[in-house]
Design a protein around this ligand. Sequence first.
Ligand code: ADP
Ligand code: MG
Length: 225
Amino acid sequence: MITLKGINKTYYTEATSLHVLKGIDLQINQGEYVSIMGASGSGKSTLLNILGILDNYDTGEYYLDNKLIKNLSEKQAAYYRNEMIGFVFQSFNLINFKNALENVALPLYYRNISRKKRNMIAMEYLDRMGLKDWAAHMPNEMSGGQKQRVAIARAIISQPKILLADEPTGALDSVTTIEVMKVMKELNQNGLTTIIVTHERSVAEETKKIIHIKDGLIENIENRL
Ligand code: ADP
Ligand code: MG
């Protein structure tokens, strides 16, 4: 599903450069449940953003579903992102002036699906997240865990092949963290390849493979079964 070969990424600012990824080799197969751990600033988000085609890399190769993701035009990148990838962020990134149902339905708007059909499908996804009764509520009326489940519903409504989550429980307390990780586990059990960046050991331990990154390289991979 995902193959990375010798991925390098350097950030250049006015005076300095920062070599963040120094040759990442990685293989993630369809249906895997993986977490990425590492110290703050070790390049976890950079790596996840490259996987999510939100950012470019300098050298190396990234194959997604056997397609080389490299030097894509903005339009091609958007196409693969929309077809293949669901993204979940620490800060939920919901639209504050839209209710839960509208937030979940949004990706379908860009696929020219009628409002009636969008809302019907969005309601199914909210229901899967246990949030049917919250459809008409605004984000600021919901708990962190509920907001993240709305964000997950939005991320999977276009039926991506891969779900990428950058510190999805980073803003949650321990009870809602468990709630969100339960949803993640169910999605993976239904076949969704899932990759979670976290610095919480307890979250990583929910996954089946923990990738440790340090100083721009994969330090080791823990298989857990
Ligand atoms: P992590 O998610 O593991 O905390 P990041 O991938 O966000 O780490 O960042 C790795 C390093 O790259 C950090 O030192 C960060 O400050 C730097 N960095 C991240 N994004 C940029 C950027 N757009 N421009 C310059 N430096 C960046
Ligand atoms: Mg980060």
